[in-house]
Design a protein around this ligand. Structure first.
Ligand SMILES: Nc1ncnc2c1ncn2[C@@H]1O[C@H](COP(=O)(O)OP(=O)(O)OP(=O)(O)O)[C@@H](O)[C@H]1O
Ligand SMILES: [Mg+2]
Length: 489
């Protein structure tokens, strides 16, 4: 296998500073680098056996580039010498080091990655495929990218599925900054295909000004999505104004949204600026839009058409630049059929629809979410808690009708209630008996939940062997197949 780093042979004096034996201060040894790369170097010297602290300081003069003093660690020591790795070389030092390595490579006849001979005039090694065009201006950037990908590829073999999700999630959340800078300090967690698709829709729609309609069951993250869009838009330094249309009676909602003039009605003692005007330059989030009265729907439609608002009691039109994001957990198409929602408003809002999948359709995200909140609450409460393997199984087989909010509540409760460090299904209230007493579920739902749970358990227990599953559950093989189909197991 070829190296992921370029190294050149050198003979360069270096001073190594390390902890003296028995904690007696710092010891310094003079030795030489026999090779150098961007990430470390090979030293001639071998430290005494049993060096208990592997961190070393390395001080050396790079001819023409000046003195370097960097911290590193000893990776291994053998007959060839001692391999060291540099910590956190800054950009400037790295570029200098690269210039030095490049100059020293000039004389090398072989590929610095794989050792194949006579490659010094080639642009690419035909053995290992690495780019050898050292004198191109972008070489070092290309090299860093290429070696980064190879390092990740080599490490990823040891990843399990959850590690992969963590990496993907890290990329989306940390690097692409989804969910950052919220004042509520919440992050968007998840790596299932559907949720990655949601992340990508958020990224696409955020920089535009088009209205967005967010749909999804209760607790699926509609509000979080609205905030994520605002945070990733050019409007992020302007107000984000959420308003829940279901929580406020109709006449008050009109005053809240559009404001009023002094004297517009009894009790209007002074002018009131509405939420639309507050949201000037920013975003207004109309939550539970399905609950809005038809009268207000037509006022909203007018706003979407011409961007003017009229305060109650005034005929003056005020121009407002506010982006509208709306959310609902009711099916607006059936509301249209029932005559409680305007079709024309629906089409105005539905220009860009983000449909949040229920947690039960997000595969292993339920475990990732549960672990995320476990980590969060244990830190907040300063408690040591983990999930027992039974708890993980229970999390996997439960349907989570209350979606992410239910995960949050159950995990929070479990962290507080657990008697042992390992949280059990009972702590999470995910044992069968708690499902049975859950008053909001119909008998049919309870049966479905239990049937599905038992099927999943049996499939796992029998390694997906259908005949064994049938025997364990006391049903026929065709019945197992039809249950599998019914519950999409
Ligand atoms: N993917 C996610 N990652 C992390 N936290 C999430 C995720 N989705 C939702 N949450 C959290 O779950 C809770 C519920 O989310 P949110 O309020 O956005 O849901 P909603 O769809 O608006 O629910 P409702 O319809 O009941 O208003 C919030 O605390 C939110 O921060
Ligand atoms: Mg909400």
């Amino acid at each position: 296998m070829s190296r992921v780093d370029i190294r050149c042979s050198v003979d360069l004096p270096v001073n190594v500073l390390m902890h003296a034996e028995g904690g007696k201060g710092i010891a310094e040894a003079e030795t030489r680098f026999t090779s150098l790369s961007l990430n470390g170097g090979m030293l001639q010297f071998r430290p005494e056996d049993g060096l208990d602290n592997k961190i070393v300081g390395l001080r050396y003069d790079l001819p023409r580039y000046g003195e370097f003093e960097i911290l590193g660690e000893i990776l291994r020591s053998n007959d060839e010498g001692t391999a060291t790795r540099f910590y956190n070389l800054n950009r400037d030092a790295k570029l200098k080091l690269w210039d030095f390595i490049k100059d020293n490579l000039a004389d090398e006849l072989s590929c610095p990655y794989c050792g194949k001979e006579n490659t010094h005039k080639r642009r690419e090694c035909n053995e290992c495929g690495w780019n050898l065009n050292f004198y191109s201006q972008d070489y070092i950037i290309e090299h860093e990218k290429e070696s980064f990908l190879k390092r990740v590829a080599a490490k990823s073999e040891a990843f399990n599925l959850e590690d992969i999700y963590k990496v993907l999630n890290y990329v989306d959340v940390e690097i692409l900054k989804i969910g950052k800078n919220f004042d509520i300090n919440e992050e968007f967690v998840g790596s299932s295909e559907d949720i990655l698709n949601v992340f990508s829709m958020i990224r696409k729609v955020a920089p535009t000004d088009i209205p967005v309609l967010i749909t999804g069951e209760s607790g699926t993250g509609k509000e979080l999505t609205a905030m994520a869009i605002h945070e990733r838009s050019q409007r992020k330094h302007k107000p984000y104004v959420p308003i829940n249309c279901a929580a406020i009676p109709e006449n008050l909602l009109e005053a809240e949204l559009f404001g009023y003039e002094k004297g517009a009605f009894t009790g209007a003692h002074s002018d009131k600026v509405g939420k639309f005007e507050y949201a000037e330059g920013g975003t207004i989030f109309l939550d539970e839009i399905g609950e809005m009265s038809l009268k207000l729907q037509s006022k909203l439609l007018r706003f979407l058409e011409d961007k003017f608002v009229e305060r109650i009691g005034s005929t003056e039109k005020r121009k407002v630049d506010a982006r509208v994001i709306a959310a609902t957990n009711v099916n607006l198409k059936s509301a249209i059929a029932k005559g409680t929602f305007r079709k024309d408003l629906f089409y105005r809002l539905d220009v860009f629809n983000i449909a949040l999948p229920p947690v039960r359709d997000r595969g292993d995200d339920r475990v990732i979410l549960a672990r995320y909140f476990l980590n969060k609450f244990t830190k907040e409460m300063n408690l040591a808690r983990t999930f027992s393997s039974n708890a993980i199984e229970a999390i996997k087989s439960y349907d989570w009708p209350g979606n992410v909010r239910e995960i949050i509540n159950k995990v929070r409760r479990a962290v507080v209630m657990a008697k042992e460090t390992a949280i059990t299904p009972e702590d999470l209230e995910l044992n069968i008996s708690s499902i049975e007493v859950d008053a909001v579920q119909s008998l049919r739902e309870v049966r479905h939940t239990i049937e599905k749970q038992k099927l999943i358990e049996a499939m796992r227990h029998c390694n997906n062997n259908i005949s064994k599953v049938a025997r364990i559950l006391g049903i026929s093989r065709p019945s197992v197949y039809s249950l599998k189909k019914k519950y999409k197991v």
